[in-house]
Structures are given as C-alpha cells and as structure tokens.
Design a protein around this ligand. Structure first.
Ligand code: SF4
Length: 123
C-alpha cells in the first residue's frame, strides 16, 4: 500500500461527510469537477475527485469539514519519501485513478504541489 494512503475508516468518514455536503458535484467532485470553484467568501473548492483525494492521508477539506491525518508514523513516512519527485508521483497516481491524461489542463497539479509544500513546511 502507498505511503500516502489513509486508513479505510478515515476514508469512509471523509466520504460520508462529502456526500452530505452541498458542494459535492456529480457525486464525486468538490466544486466544479477538476476545475474547482470559488465561493462567495473567497474559499476555493479544489475540484478534486473525492474518491481519490479522501484516500490521501495528507489531504484536507477546503472548508475544514475533515482534516489531514498526520500522526508520527505518517510524518516519518513523508519525511523519508518527500523529494522533488513526490508531487509528480502523487499527481501521476491521481491521474491514473481518475482516468485522465497527466498533462491535461486541470486544477490538480497546483493543488497537489501546494499540499506537498505544506508538508515540507511541517517537517
Ligand atoms: S471536501 Fe469538503 S467542501 Fe469539498 S465536498 Fe467534501 S466536505 Fe464538501
């Protein structure tokens, strides 16, 4: 199993929260699919496929309805794994799961990149 995957229990709780959220679109996306949306208060919805994003233990809901799962073990795994290739590895995994070309024009690469940068700042 990938070092970036959240436990099943966490995944199910996150998906349950998203299914009850009015911002879930097409049954799977946070805001406009793959593009994201900006709410009236300026909050940016990511446009990610929740079936994938909710599986990533370092991911978080943009409205703080669910948070990252970062215990000592996860931080140690990230610290051991994180390098310049990490964002590309995560993005390639995401594109494969969602079934899109890795070079397609979506909102995902900057979202993944900012998540990796945030993780770097925590280490
Ligand atoms: S990630 Fe948050 S804002 Fe997006 S659909 Fe899920 S609960 Fe709603």
């Amino acid at each position: 199993m990938s070092k970036f995957i959240a436990p099943d229990k966490v995944y199910k709780e996150r998906i349950s929260t998203c299914k009850a959220c009015p911002h879930l679109q097409a049954g799977n996306f946070c805001g406009t699919p793959l593009r994201g949306s900006i709410l009236e208060d300026g909050t940016k919805l990511c446009g990610c496929a929740m079936s994938v994003k909710a599986r990533l233990h370092f991911a978080a809901c943009p409205l703080n309805k669910w948070e990252k799962v970062l215990g000592k073990r996860e931080l140690a795994e990230i610290e051991a794994a994180i390098d310049r290739k990490s964002a590309k590895e995560i993005w390639d995994m995401y594109a494969k799961f969602v079934g899109i070309h890795p070079n397609s024009g979506t909102n995902c690469p900057p979202c993944v990149k900012s998540a990796v940068e945030e993780l770097r700042s925590l280490l």
